[in-house]
Design a protein around this ligand. Structure first.
Ligand code: ARG
Length: 575
């Protein structure tokens, strides 16, 4: 627990309890007027029917903050402004930096499943899948940092009626040609051609229909061709994952087809629970509180008239599997906003049916859309879905151009390696730094800028510190464990910020909101810049000051590198 705000809150707890005559939250928050402000006295005063200043005085008379605060001041209507003592801050920083977790609290380990990425077989991955992949990856990394047990599940769309037409199209095209088209990532083309034939040609439609029946019936030859489609698409997805540098592996694929065996059971269980009704020839569940635009009850379709199961049915199966086989405490569905109602209904049905106990969390980690300059869903110039591998390649190319300009001395190999880290980092950070529930506009200039809340800016702050050490005769390791003397306001502000890494990471993981960590890192980089401008490091007035400032530089670089790593972003040592 590095954050001084928490330390002080813990110290105040007994004093509050004594005055309140029982548990009472001190409510300490960071503040603009001081380092922190105690607000709990206001709520307590209200409860006790006493003047707030009097209560604040009573609490402060009981409390002993002499080891952590240089001043405590009762102010305004009765809150308390706190200023942390510099020696206390220096000691806390020393402790945090001696800790491999850099002072970040631990949490009681829980079991999570994170459902993310989830592109569809024989269909282009779109920017929505990119968002899910990048946000999901950051959440997984943060959860693992806290020691939680995380099961990554890539719920690829690899099953259902479209596979009838896709397989028939594969037969028409010949397997070799189909493989070629799919492996170059021309997935949309393949899908569109199949669709066109399906819509225009009744014989093809009939073939497709029969093929679905064969697929669902487990026909060996049909399954073989289905697997071919899946394998070719998976190869394409892997290429994108590889470029992105995310943790997802083939072994994380838990597609819709994986729940096949469970689907009849979903129906059976719903039927036993008397939740299943027939409506327009389909078997459906009506969920309390869900209505359509005409205010009529909205059904979740479980089995269609033709006996085929639905997207919702396999999502109900995911709940059963995750609760009963994986025994998770929490499920995170990192899925776009348009599927909010679908997931809410799935959760409601699962709760009602008793498969989802109150002790298990079901979280839709919702996100907005990626927009083009026209504020519409991002499309390529020709109006097609943007090809993600091309997009990522362009990011790396643009980053290389920017780096060549900024640092022409870098040798080619280093420049190429750094361009990949910066280009991919820029794409990921542009996505992660915006509150995920919002839409954002995809903007090359902005995301690759070395100024502002961008990956290159943060990576540059890190690289700059590495370069300070290259120029000094000290190694990073050699300055660790030293003491920091806080003499300058900029040093103090930087120390305080470093200690807040703890809260930033906890906030980001608990709210499944990586942007909170981004905001923190951006503030840290700003604080570092201010420090570096005002406090000479290599030309410090004396050895002790230099050592102290080098220690601050190293601490900043470590927090920056660790913070970026939790977001899935690399921190080059030069750029
Ligand atoms: N394949 C779906 C799509 O592309 C996303 C699946 C999300 N996960 C889930 N369990 N429904 O929209």
């Amino acid at each position: 627990m590095a954050d001084p705000v928490l330390t002080v809150a813990e110290l105040l707890r007994p004093a509050f309890a004594a005055v309140a005559g029982g548990e009472c939250d001190p409510t300490v928050r960071p503040s603009d007027r001081a380092d922190a402000q105690v607000n709990g006295s206001l709520a307590l005063a209200k409860k006790m029917g006493k003047p707030p200043r009097e209560v604040a005085e009573a609490v402060m008379a009981q409390a002993n903050l002499s080891a952590v605060c240089s001043t405590t001041e009762i102010a305004g209507p009765g809150f308390v402004n706190l200023t942390f003592a510099n020696e206390f801050l220096a000691g806390e920083l020393r402790a945090a930096m001696a800790d491999p977790r850099l002072g970040v609290r631990t949490q009681a380990a829980k079991r999570f499943v994170v459902d993310y990425s989830a592109p569809n077989v024989a269909k282009e991955m779109h920017v929505g899948h990119l968002r899910s992949t990048v946000i999901g990856d950051a959440i997984v990394r943060m959860l693992e940092f806290f020691g939680h047990h995380v099961v990554r599940e890539n719920h690829v769309g690899d099953w259902g009626t479209p596979f009838g037409m896709l397989i028939e199209h594969l037969i028409d095209l010949g397997e070799a040609e189909a493989s070629r088209e799919l492996s170059v990532g021309d997935l949309d083309m393949f899908y569109k051609q199949a669709r066109q034939k399906f819509d225009a040609d009744d014989t093809f439609k009939e073939r497709a229909r029969k093929r679905v029946v064969a697929l669902q019936g487990g026909d060996t030859e049909t399954l073989r061709m289905w697997k071919l489609l899946v394998a070719e698409s998976t190869r394409y997805f892997d290429r994108v994952y590889d470029l992105l540098g995310v943790l997802l592996r083939d072994s994380d694929i838990m597609g819709e087809s994986a729940y096949n065996q469970l689907l009849p059971e979903v129906v059976e269980r719903l039927s036993k629970a008397n939740m299943l009704v027939t409506s327009d020839g389909a078997e459906v569940v009506f969920v309390d509180g869900f209505v359509n635009r005409d205010n009529e009850p909205l059904p979740l379709i479980i089995r269609k008239g033709d006996g085929g199961y639905n997207y919702a049915t396999s999502d109900l199966a995911t709940v059963i599997d995750r609760v009963e086989r994986l025994k998770v405490d929490s499920m995170l569905y990192v899925v776009g906003a348009p599927q909010a109602q679908h997931l809410e209904m799935v959760a409601a049905v699962a709760r009602k049916a008793g498969w989802l106990p109150d002790t298990v969390e079901f979280n839709h980690v919702v996100f907005g859309s990626v927009l083009g300059e026209d504020r519409k869903i991002l499309k390529s110039r020709s109006g097609e879905t943007v090809k993600l591998d091309a997009l990522l390649a362009e990011a790396v190319e643009r980053a290389e151009a920017a780096i060549s300009e900024k640092n022409p001395e870098l040798d080619v190999a280093t420049r190429k390696a750094v361009a990949r880290q910066v280009g991919i980092g820029a794409i990921k950070y542009a996505d992660l730094s915006i509150d995920r529930v919002k839409d954002y506009i995809f903007d090359w200039e902005r995301m690759l800028s070395f100024d502002g809340n961008t990956a290159p800016y943060l990576q540059y702050a890190h690289a700059r510190i590495c370069s300070i050490f290259r120029k000094s005769e000290h190694s990073r390791e050699s300055v660790r464990g030293g003491t920091v003397d806080i003499d300058h306001a900029a040093e103090r502000a930087l120390v305080l910020r470093l200690l807040q890494f703890d809260t930033a990471v906890v906030d980001a993981v608990e709210r499944h909101s990586p942007h909170r960590l981004c905001t923190y890192l951006y503030e840290l980089a700003g604080e570092f810049s201010a420090f570096y401008e005002q406090c000479p490091v290599l030309r410090a007035p004396d050895d002790a000051t230099r050592a102290s400032r080098l220690m601050l530089c190293d601490s900043t670089a470590r927090v920056m590198e660790q913070g970026l790593a939790l977001l899935g972003i690399e921190a080059p040592e030069q750029m």
